[in-house]
Design a protein around this ligand. Structure first.
Ligand code: ZN
Length: 265
C-alpha cells in the first residue's frame, strides 16, 4: 500500500520559496530606469551636478579598447572602465595600460552571464576573484561594481557588499550595443537624458554586443564630450563624481579587507 506523504513534510514551504525568489530576482528590477532612479541617486550614479561620469563596460579588448584610449587621450578625458575579470585575465597588460593612461578600473563581474538561477556562492567567489585581479592591475582596490546587463540579483548585491564594492548602474546610456547604432544615434540617445551629475554607460567592446557596435560608441565620444563642455559640465571618472564608496570593512586584525585581499593575490 502506498501511503501518501503529507505535503508539509517534504515540500519547501511556498512562502520560503517565494521569499528566496524575491531575494534572488527582486533587485533585478533596478534594470528599469524608473525603479533605479526611485531607489536613489547612488544606484544610478547621479553625482556632482557639475560633472558627468563617463563609463565603459565589457572590456578590456585588445582590438577596440586601445582605440578608446587614444580617443579619450585626444580629448583629455579620463573615464572609468568596468572590466570583466575573465577578459582581464587574458589581457592583463591592457588593464595596466588603462590605468597608466589615467583611467579608473572597476568591476563588471568575472563573466557576462544572465543570472537565471540563484548562485550566491559562485557570485561571491567570482566577484572576489575579479576584485583581486582588478586591484592587481590598478595597484589599488576597485571601488565600484556594475553587474552584467545591469541585472542586480540578491546574490550579486550581497557579493558586491562582501567585496567592499558599491554598485553603480547608470542614468544615461547610448544603446550603442545594438546592430543599428551609429555615432549619431548614440549621441542622440545619451543627450536625451543627459544631465549634470549623470553617469553615462557606453561599451568599449562588442563581446556581448552586435559585431562592430563599438564603432558607434567610439564615434559618439568626441561630440558627447563637446556637448558636456558646451553645458559647462566636466567629464571624468566615477571616483571624481562625488559618489561615496562602500564603507571599507576592517579585518579582525584591523587592516582593510580590500587592501589585504589585493596584497594576498
Ligand atoms: Zn556588460
Amino acid at each position: 500500500m502506498v501511503t501518501a506523504v503529507p505535503a508539509n513534510r517534504t515540500a519547501v514551504p511556498a512562502g520560503l520559496l517565494a521569499a528566496a525568489a524575491a531575494w534572488h530576482i527582486g533587485p533585478a528590477a533596478t534594470w528599469l530606469p524608473g525603479v533605479r532612479a526611485a531607489l536613489g541617486p547612488g544606484l544610478d550614479g547621479r553625482g556632482d551636478r557639475s560633472h558627468v561620469a563617463l563609463t565603459f563596460d565589457d572590456g578590456p579588448d585588445p582590438v577596440t579598447t586601445p582605440r578608446f584610449l587614444r580617443a579619450l587621450d585626444a580629448l583629455s578625458v579620463r573615464a572609468t572602465f568596468f572590466v570583466l575579470g575573465g577578459r582581464l585575465a587574458r589581457h592583463p597588460a591592457l588593464g595596466r595600460l588603462i590605468v597608466a593612461e589615467g583611467h579608473e578600473l572597476a568591476v563588471h563581474g568575472w563573466r557576462h552571464d544572465r543570472p537565471w538561477c540563484p548562485r550566491p556562492l559562485r557570485d561571491a567567489r567570482e566577484l572576489a576573484r575579479a576584485v583581486d585581479l582588478v586591484g592587481e592591475a590598478a595597484g589599488r582596490p576597485p571601488l565600484w561594481y556594475r553587474p552584467p546587463y545591469g541585472i542586480l540579483t540578491g546574490g550579486r548585491w550581497a557579493a558586491a557588499r562582501a567585496a567592499g564594492l558599491r554598485t553603480v548602474l547608470w542614468s544615461a546610456w547610448g544603446r550603442d550595443w545594438t546592430a543599428g547604432a551609429t555615432p549619431w544615434s548614440v549621441y542622440a540617445e545619451v543627450t536625451r537624458t543627459l544631465r549634470g551629475g549623470a553617469t553615462v554607460l557606453l561599451h568599449d567592446s562588442d563581446v556581448v554586443s552586435a559585431p562592430g557596435a563599438w564603432r558607434a560608441a567610439l564615434g559618439a565620444v568626441p561630440e558627447l564630450v563637446a556637448e558636456c563642455r558646451r553645458r559647462g559640465l566636466a567629464v571624468g571618472r566615477l571616483d571624481e563624481h562625488g559618489l561615496v564608496p562602500a564603507p571599507q570593512r576592517p579585518n579582525t586584525d584591523g587592516t582593510n579587507i580590500r587592501f589585504s585581499r589585493t596584497l594576498e593575490a
